[in-house]
Write a protein that binds this ligand. Sequence first.
Ligand code: PLP
Length: 406
Amino acid sequence: VSLATARARDADDRLAQARDRFSVPDGLIYLDGNSLGAMPRGAPARIARTVEREWGDDLITSWNRHGWIDLPQRCAAKLGPIVDADPDDLLIGDSTSVNLFKLLVAALGLTGRRVILTEEGNFPTDLYVASGITRLFPDVELRRVPRDRIVESLGSDIAILMLTHVDYRSGWRHHMPALSSAAWDCGALSLWDVSHTAGAMSMSLSGSGADMAVGCGYKYLNGGPGAPSFCYIRREWQEKMRSPIEGWMGHANPFDFAPDYSPAAGMKRFLAGTPSILALAALEAGLDTFEGLNLDHLEDKADALGDFMIEAMAQLCPDLPLASPRRAVDRGSHLVFEHPDAYAIIQALIARGVIGDYREPGLMRFGLAPLTTRYQDVWNAASAIADVLASGEYTSSHFARRSAVT
Ligand SMILES: *Cc1c(COP(=O)(O)O)cnc(C)c1O
């Protein structure tokens, strides 16, 4: 492969026009849309309208006049096709961590069982939240097993199988329908974290057998820093589950100001407090970047970009081991490569305008967000990595200094 092949693939790319929906600074190669999606071109005007006209001029009347009260549902309607779920089975609001807490506790209340089964390499917040629940409810156990022991660990004591669909480190992608049905067969509920899936892969929450899911709004959904996350519950469980945070926005009639809580019907009961309207405005602009796209092309492009990067790296940096699955069906939309000086190499790349990120231990991670990444970006990034390695510029001491956020 070469820069010329990359350009030819860009010319054939069926999602190429989607990049125009974003503002990506000229000259920057942004391979971190898996951590923070690029800014949608429509976001500044959308946010400005909410701030200036709605908040500034119409003040509190905007809850009705501008439909602020329904904004979580409007966002859910736009998210529905992206994750293939009925918008009524989705709820937008709070962070992924908070939604995990709400769903785990509510789901434990559904079953007589007390074990949450997960993968030992799961994303830290998922492990922390579940482990915090075991402190709150001492009869609950969090059982962590290696990936290859998940299925054999599904026994009659498992209440919830909690997994992240695409691993934030290796990019490994679980087979969601097979594992959900294995959980189902042993009488356990499945809870999927699709933070690294939604907006990057073709997926179907309604068709995958998942009982519950949570996912992040600021990664491939392009909702802006700290965007609200989402949760999904299969219809038949919704009325049987109660949120552990019984806030007034999840009440059946919040404006009755009744002294006692009575849960709203459906997903709305999982709302806790007042949603952040400014954050939802930005998220809506992010979800609008998917409008009219053929979502089947998302995964095709993510797979093809990954294959292209693997080829380019094998050619330009043959000594750098790939630590992600080689087969596209086994991975999500990012790749990691191993190097003992991975942190410094990433800093040296950032100094050259190639943005990836570092993940412990010794992993360089490159996100290939299908809406914004071009094949030529991948080629140019691989060339820059080769240059940084060959020149040794990453050994300069200031590239070793750790910032608060890696
Ligand atoms: C990014 C990410 C999160 C984010 O959690 P927040 O509470 O929304 O910050 C959660 N889980 C996974 C797997 C992630 O990749």
